[in-house]
Design a protein around this ligand. Structure first.
Ligand SMILES: C[S@@+](CC[C@H](N)C(=O)[O-])C[C@H]1O[C@@H](n2cnc3c(N)ncnc32)[C@H](O)[C@@H]1O
Length: 436
């Protein structure tokens, strides 16, 4: 049996309720279906559907999600013998030959001695004192010149000056050693893909493995990238000392290797597709074909995924971000300015966005299966951009039949133990809209 992979810690991932989603889709027809997973995120739903024999089109506005989908659905994969060993050998030979990071040798040495001596406090101090492209304290002239070169590439890829991750996020989100390893691997993956020594599928597999390693190393609450742990002004830093020691010890190369092996071990079958469009752009880019079902798991809160996962996006594209500046300072999360703003994460815009989603499903002659998560205080809590009642009333104006299913109840029909769904207190629903 294939194991579904969640490549990075992902807010709202449907990993815990995959079985119910797949069973609901299986109930629609005896046949295997053409399914569009429109907001695929970590791609766990796309994988589970593909593993049950459905033909999946996975889409998300975030570019990393497309890399995950290509990798985990095996899109363009050729099943050569020993391919994992060949790809590993190619990547690691190239990796060892790259000498990209002499700028950071001193700080890496200092950091490594802090880790060896279990000195979490000094590692916390490096957050403030270490070199950063956005800090005014950098004295080293050659590093300043490298930073300047990098800034001229804003909006473009940084493969000419591959110190992007270290310059922007070294010492904060990642340790310096970790960040240089991420840069070096990212550079290596691109170089091998351009030279044709690894296939496009292997490139996505390697990117997915790299993002997986980066997600494990992140010194952040919840392993997302909204902001790194802040310790300035804290009297008791014990928790953060322990945390930073544990996170900085994560070995990027080892984790990359482990993740690569897991991705390569997935068995792939079927003719799947991975897209990278916003829902708003999708209708012009889907062509004439129809779908049997659109599965939709859009955001329901004000949290913009482009803010929580801006660093995976930067690593995936390797484009130099233009940092947002407020009152002369970079933001606490080091966000770039050109981030996608989802209408689903705005109370004002969400109702229209859901109407567009319903129209898209109708235009594709597809049933719409929506996931909805309400909070523990009921489904109309303030945290949600739209209430379940508002949403169903919109959907009823488009579809002949709209059925709301509470997931923990449904889960009980399939499993004797319903706790897996409800253990965090959120209420999960599925809304099945049928065209006839
Ligand atoms: C709740 S998450 C999906 C989680 C996913 N089902 C999983 O199990 O990992 C919502 C996703 O919608 C994407 N998104 C938000 N607005 C979008 C839009 N207008 N078009 C396409 N994707 C969008 C986000 O990037 C995010 O990955």
């Amino acid at each position: 049996m294939n194991k579904v992979i969640r490549p990075i810690h992902y807010l709202g991932s449907k990993l815990r309720v995959l079985e119910v989603i797949v069973k609901q889709i299986d109930k629609i027809s005896e046949k295997k279906l053409k399914v569009l997973d429109l907001f695929s995120g970590s791609t766990v739903v796309s994988q589970a559907l593909a593993d049950s024999g459905h033909q999946v089109t996975s889409n998300d506005v975030m570019g990393y999600s497309q890399s995950f989908a290509i990798a985990t659905l095996g899109i363009g994969r050729c099943l050569e013998n020993d391919i994992l060993e060949k790809v590993r050998a190619t990547l690691f030979t190239e990796y060892k030959n790259n000498k990209l990071h002499s700028f950071f040798n001193d700080i890496i040495e200092l950091e490594s001695s802090c880790i060896a001596n279990q000195n979490g406090l000094e590692l916390l101090n490096l957050i403030e004192s270490g070199p950063k492209i956005w800090s005014k304290q950098v004295r080293n002239q050659s590093l300043l010149t490298a930073y300047k070169n990098l800034k001229t590439l804003e909006g473009f890829t940084a493969f000419e000056t591959p110190i992007l991750v270290t310059s922007f996020y070294g010492g904060t989100y990642f340790g310096y050693k970790q960040a240089t390893e991420i840069d070096n691997l990212r550079f290596t993956i691109e170089k091998c893909a351009n030279a044709g020594t690894i296939s496009p599928w292997a490139k996505s597999a390697a990117l997915t493995a790299l993002l997986s390693a980066a997600s494990l190393a992140a010194f952040t609450p919840g392993k997302h990238f909204a902001q790194y742990h802040k310790v300035t002004g804290k009297i008791d830093t014990k928790f953060h000392e322990k945390r930073i020691l544990a996170d900085r010890k994560v070995n990027i190369l080892d984790e990359f290797n482990k993740a690569l092996k897991i991705i390569f071990s997935r068995k792939n079958d079927g003719n799947h597709v991975a897209l990278n469009f916003s829902m708003e752009e999708l209708s012009q880019n889907l062509g004439e074909g129809s779908f049997d079902v659109i599965y939709a798991d859009p955001p329901y809160t004000a949290q913009q995924y482009s803010r929580f996962y801006h660093i995976p996006e930067v690593i995936n594209s390797y484009e130099v971000p233009k940092l947002q500046i407020i009152k002369g300072e970079v933001t606490s999360g080091l966000y770039g300015i050109d981030r996608f703003k989802s209408r689903f994460s705005s109370k004002k815009e969400a109702p229209e966005a859901f109407k567009d989603l319903a129209s898209l499903a109708l235009s594709k002659n597809a049933d719409l299966l929506l996931s909805y998560s309400g909070n523990i205080n009921g489904n109309s809590g303030n945290g949600r951009m739209i209430t379940l009642e508002e949403l169903t009333s919109i959907l009823e104006s488009f579809f002949q039949s709209v059925e709301v299913i509470q997931l923990d109840l449904l889960y009980r029909q399939f499993n004797s133990n319903a706790l897996a769904v409800n253990d965090r207190g959120d209420r999960e629903y599925m809304i099945h809209c049928k065209i006839c």
